[in-house]
Ligand binder design. Structure first.
Ligand code: FMN
Length: 114
C-alpha cells in the first residue's frame, strides 16, 4: 500500500499508533512497527532522559523499522526539553506532539532529519 503517510514515514501501512501514556513502551511500539505501521513510545511516562534513552534503544533492539517518540507537552509540566534532546541525539525517525503548542519543538528539530 502506498500513501503519503507510508512514503513520509517509510512504513508499509498508513497506520500510526497513538501516543499512549502508561502503555506505549518498547514492546508495543516495536510490535506495531514490525507489523508495518508506525509504533511510538511516549516520553511523558518515561519521565527522565536516561529512561527515554534506554527505551529508544530497547525499541531498536526489537525492530529495525521506523518508530516515533510522542511528547504530550502538557503532561511534562514544561520539562520536556531534556527529553527532546535525547530523542534528537538518538536520531529517532519521528516525533509526535500533543497537548500543547508544538512550535518550539518544530523549531528545535528543524534540520535534524526527524
Ligand atoms: C490511556 C491513554 C493514554 C493516552 N496517552 C496519550 C499520550 O501520551 N500522547 C498522545 O498523543 N495521545 C495519547 N492518547 C490518545 C491516543 O493516542 C489516541 O489519539 C486516542 O486514543 C484516539 O485514537 P483512536 O481514535 O485510534 O482510538 C492516549 C489515549 C489513551 C486511551
Amino acid at each position: 500500500m502506498k500513501t503519503r503517510i507510508t512514503e513520509i514515514f517509510g512504513i508499509q501501512y498508513p497506520i500510526v499508533q497513538g501516543g499512549l501514556a502508561y502503555l506505549a513502551y518498547a514492546e508495543l511500539a516495536s510490535a506495531v512497527s514490525n507489523a508495518g505501521g508506525l509504533g511510538q513510545i511516549t516520553a511523558a511516562t518515561l519521565g527522565t532522559p536516561e529512561k527515554l534513552r534506554e527505551e529508544i534503544r530497547r525499541v531498536r533492539a526489537m525492530t529495525d523499522k521506523p518508530f516515533g517518540v510522542n511528547f504530550a507537552i502538557a503532561r511534562h509540566d514544561g520539562k520536556y526539553k531534556d527529553l527532546l534532546e535525547v530523542a534528537i541525539e538518538e536520531k529517532v525517525p519521528a516525533i509526535s506532539i500533543t497537548g500543547g503548542n508544538p512550535q518550539p519543538v518544530f523549531e528545535r528539530i528543524k534540520g535534524e532529519n526527524i
